[in-house]
Design a protein around this ligand. Structure first.
Ligand code: MRU
Length: 364
């Protein structure tokens, strides 16, 4: 996507693969800047501290992290150490284990001199296929948006949670890809952007992205979605997923489940944009089997933002002695999911439909 007229991806190799450049998402929306990752440790820190985040981008960064590790030392020992270091960065998005598993499978049988080039090619392939998959999700989701248009209404209202836009992927985004395609085709889309406490990915990232692309949107407090749905102000919800079970349960940023419940109660279609890289074919019961990340309580007790002096600062919002729990994801059971928008089309959130769309993957 373009930033001020210049096309960007969220991650790309520089200096013939000696380093990898990423957009530092911790600085948005106030500053757009890039950062160079030169070692596997840099890649691990970038994922852990959420300089890069979003399930597909985490996987892509891990793949390039393996390439940086191989550049430094392509021995079996370092391959195993890099895999372990990167896998430990964040637990919930399965794209991380998926990309690392692919890297390990490709690199392990190779003699060590060939591993650098192979790791580079694999990372590039993971990035390119992410872009293709997301563009395809955009095409399939566009048709759902078109159908959601109600006669006599001047706009199509779509609610989204967190950031599943191009910043969360290599390009296009998952949940936002259909919205960009609809907007580009002249459909009058308007997006309700959940702020997405505690880290505010909606306010800081989704709103920034939509603004840069000129898509009409309105930021809402996380708790406002239910009211808007009750009053007919949401035509459909589209969110992303960090891990999808083989049975169609989806795990996404905390608060997604409550939106799905509200959508169910109000008869609002609730779609999840789910690239196949987010499907964990080994799991059947999302609520009990998906590992849920808990993060530092400080993300709940503090907020960061721009003060009236223009400086970005952190503010404490609680009194002394208040403890907090920071659960980063929740699971929406498949019964609340109207459909999964995959790169191979829209499927029902159940085992049969997923297996029919992905017969070549269901046994992995
Ligand atoms: O903690 P984050 O910012 O990595 O969480 C991101 C999300 O929950 C996204 O909705 C998800 O990764 C789907 S992304 C295309």
């Amino acid at each position: 996507m373009k930033v001020d007229g210049k096309p960007y991806r969220t991650i790309w190799p520089i200096d013939d693969g000696r380093a990898v450049r990423v957009i530092d998402q911790t600085k948005l929306p106030f500053e757009f800047c890039t950062l160079d990752l030169c070692t596997v440790a840099d890649a691990a820190i970038a994922i852990k501290t959420m300089i890069v985040r979003g399930a597909p981008l985490i996987g892509a960064t891990a793949a390039y992290g393996m390439m940086l590790a191989m550049r430094n030392d392509s021995s079996d020992n370092n391959l195993a150490a890099a895999y372990k270091l990167l896998l430990a960065t964040r637990p919930t998005a399965v794209n991380l284990a998926w990309a690392l598993g692919r890297a390990r499978d490709v690199l392990t049988p190779l003699p060590s001199p060939g591993r650098i080039t192979a790791a580079f090619e694999l990372a590039k392939e993971i990035c390119d296929s992410d872009v293709i998959a997301n563009a395809s999700i955009g095409d399939h989701g566009l048709e759902l948006i078109r159908k959601a248009r109600r006669p006599g209404r001047d706009r199509i209202n779509i609610l989204t949670h967190c950031n599943a836009g191009w910043l969360a992927t290599v390009d296009w985004g998952t949940a936002l890809a259909p919205i960009y395609k609809a907007h580009d085709q002249g459909l009058p889309v308007h997006v309700w952007v959940d702020e997405t406490r505690p880290r505010n990915q909606g306010a800081a990232l989704t709103a920034w992205e939509l603004n840069k692309h000129g898509v009409p949107h309105t930021l809402i407090a996380d708790n406002a979605g239910g009211h808007l749905m009750q009053h007919g102000e949401v035509d459909l919800c589209i969110v992303g997923t960090d891990r999808t079970t083989s049975t169609g349960d989806v795990c996404n940023k905390v608060g997604t489940y409550l939106k799905a419940l509200a959508a169910h109660a109000s008869g609002v279609p609730f779609y999840v944009a789910a690239p196949s890289s987010s499907i964990d074919w080994s799991l059947k019961d999302g609520v009990n089997e998906i590992p849920i990340e808990t993060r530092n309580a400080r993300e709940v007790t503090h907020l960061s933002g721009r003060g009236i002096d223009g400086r970005v600062q952190e503010f404490q919002i609680t009194g002394e002695g208040t403890s907090a729990l920071n659960i980063a994801f929740d699971v929406t059971p498949s019964k609340y999911v109207t459909g999964l928008i995959t790169e191979r089309g829209v499927c029902e959130a159940n085992q049969n439909s997923l297996a029919t769309h992905f017969p070549d993957m269901k046994d992995v």
